[in-house]
Design a binder for this molecule. Sequence first.
Ligand SMILES: Cc1ncc(COP(=O)(O)O)c(C=O)c1O
Length: 367
Amino acid sequence: MSNVNSPIPLVKVAMPRREILMPALESVLYSGMISEGEYVYRFEDVFAETFKLKNVLATSSGTAALHLAMILSGVKAGDEVITTSMTAEPTNTTILQMGATPVFADVERDTGNLCPDAVEAAVTSKTKAICVVHYAGYPARLKELREIADRHNLSLIEDCAHALGAEYNGLPIGTVGDYAIFSFQAIKHMTTIDGGMLMMKDPSQMGDARKLRWFGLAKGVPRTEVDITTVGYKYNMHNVAAVIGLKQIETISPLLKRHQDNGRFFDEALKEIPGLCPAPVQSAVNPAYWLYTLLSDDSSEVEKLLAASGVMASKLHRPNHFHSVFKPFAGAMPGLDDFYKRLIHIPCGWWVSVEDRERIVDVLKRG
Ligand SMILES: Cc1ncc(COP(=O)(O)O)c(C=O)c1O
């Protein structure tokens, strides 16, 4: 618990207590089996059970999982992938990595999530997939996006890097898309230092996906007998990351609940403050509130005001089309322009105590 003067960070690494983590970590480190093995497969099973997912494969990063999702979707050089610019860069660097074209559809001005009408308007004969990000942990309009994907025979890839534990119309996040990915990078809800998870709807792709994760080689077949028919990657998770993941999952529920409790608290407490507008939450949706999304006509003033009270708040991300590599693919995005101008993320995670969140509201009320 922090006192009145201690800074409140916007993001923070969640690590299990030393006495819980270290014995397990040490036993793996000195087991002689540190690469992909039993811990990875157990982590996959426990993750799938905890987050009610099927057909999951652990990877070295969320980016690796995204790349595999693109390959398994059949995206080829020259194809188009409809995506969002309001995200972390790996969502879109993977599209370029495929030799495909990112087609940036506009986002909703109040959530930063893909706008289904803009996605529909962006479909062409070259479109192969839609990549949707549940930005900051607020689920996007999956029903509408699923319908668009089905109508045009496109793959729907859910980038759930911010949305661990979120729910959409009673469904666990990551179960509406044909593929979903999660990230366990340092500052996500849970971390394996670096790591990711790939979910695929079609279980018959698991064999191919496993090979793609490991150079194109089948695991468990003697190296002298195995044949690579399709080139794969070094995208496997190792036992050391997996044991950290297993220990994280043991305490993930209360931690996710803290994000959600704080988010719901801010939803109520901030809506009455003139000049501030919390991102709306669709009915029957449970955001993961990785970050809390607040909108203000004076977002830089709000940032300064909070900073003066030791509360770290910021926009955190940069719309991807601001980068030179993505500029050629940028069209008009009035929704994004408005959202980004007004955006300010405030701390909302497990480290924000009841006193902290009241202090944040107090500063905003007084400001
Ligand atoms: C929206 C989004 N997608 C993908 C990724 C990639 O995940 P990773 O850092 O685990 O490769 C991240 C993480 O930075 C992210 O925030």
